[in-house]
Write a protein that binds this ligand. Structure first.
Ligand code: DAH
Length: 340
């Protein structure tokens, strides 16, 4: 068998050298190293050898295999390079052919929705105020009128970096940062960004999501200004025929607090699975900025008033596109992302 193997190696190397073009490469590979090739054939004889001959024959078999594999790869490069050179010299390469297009990708659905929201508020004179995703307990809770013992904290359980620092649970802490930077001037901003909550992940809730906060502070700002702003937004975002309704609600940082709903964009108020047969969808939590919060921001609450709102970004996108599971936004599956 040792002789057979040596013969095989010799034959293989010789034929490789003699090879004229790349078309012969796969043929050679099949003949020598393929599943039904010569090497397999020879090695099949291993079983018939005596126990003391077998180890050496096996070892030699592996050697031959390795030698031939390496020689094949080297020769393959050589032949391909030679053919490339030849074709370039013979003018067979058409350099005027257009290049291969690079797929440019596109914006994520959350970002596109966010930009649409931003554009609508920009038309109404709102600037964008950026604030960090990692913030203090003070900004995220305390200065928003949610002291440590307050039960409302349960609504916003979050990821703690340490005792004083959290991944923000909502975009509301940006209100404090913005007011402290701009007081005593009037404010009209939106604060878009990522928020985090320690949350059981389900089709309807993720532990990370986008929100857009809004804040207006000025003289004589009233609840009707808030309602007007919200209905203008809903019309521009979802269509001119939208109807809105206001419910009273509770947030520690607003007084009074409201919940803004609009008629369901799918069933137009008739009631369906999406709106849980109520005919209405939640658009935002909102209210008049609480005097304590105004004061924490540096404004005299006797003189100044303001409204604030906070809305989700994924939810409206889900409604608009009939997406049934919020988890699709974050598991990076191109089959989902490419649809939008
Ligand atoms: N921060 C609230 C949340 O995440 C949403 C919210 C409600 C923001 C009322 C506001 C507001 O600015 O006035 O649930």
């Amino acid at each position: 068998m040792l002789e057979e193997l040596s013969q095989l190696q010799q034959d293989g190397l010789r034929e490789l050298q003699a090879m004229a073009g790349s078309a012969e490469l796969p043929v050679w590979y099949r003949t020598y190293l393929g599943r039904k090739g010569r090497l397999t054939d020879v090695l099949r004889g291993l079983g018939k050898l005596s126990a003391d001959e077998r180890p050496e024959a096996g070892k030699r078999g592996n050697e031959v295999k390795q030698v031939l594999e390496e020689a094949f790869l080297r020769r393959q490069d050589e032949i391909r390079e030679a053919e490339l050179q030849a074709s370039m010299h013979s003018g067979a390469v058409d350099v005027t052919l257009p290049g291969r297009p690079v797929a440019p990708g596109h914006l994520h659905l959350s970002i596109r929705t966010l930009r649409k929201i931003r554009a609508i508020f920009a038309e109404m004179g709102f600037q964008v105020y950026d604030s960090p995703e990692i913030d203090t307990d003070e900004n995220n809770f305390e200065l928003l009128n949610i002291p440590p013992y307050h039960p409302a904290r349960d609504m916003w359980d979050t990821f703690w970096v340490n005792d004083q620092v959290v991944l923000r649970t909502h975009t509301s802490p940006g209100q404090i940062r913005c007011m402290r930077e701009y007081h005593p001037q009037p404010i009209r901003v939106i604060l878009p960004g990522k928020c985090y909550r320690y949350e059981q992940i389900t089709p309807r809730s993720e532990h990370q999501f986008f929100q857009v906060e809004g804040l207006a502070v000025g003289h004589h700002i009233r609840l009707t200004d808030l309602i007007g702003t919200m209905s203008e937004f809903a019309r521009k975002m979802y269509g001119a025929e939208r109807r809105m309704r206001i419910r009273s609600s509770y947030f520690p940082f607003t007084e009074p607090s409201i919940e803004v709903d609009m008629d369901c964009i799918l069933c137009r108020g008739a009631g369906c699975r999406v709106c849980k047969h109520t005919g209405w969808l939640e658009v935002a939590g909102a209210g008049m900025v609480h005097p304590v919060v105004l004061r924490n921001g540096g404004y005299d609450a006797e003189e100044w008033s303001g409204f604030a709102f906070g809305m989700g970004v994924e939810r409206p996108a889900m409604l608009q596109h009939g997406i049934e599971d919020i988890r699709y936004f974050y598991n990076n599956d191109l089959r989902f992302l490419q649809q939008f």
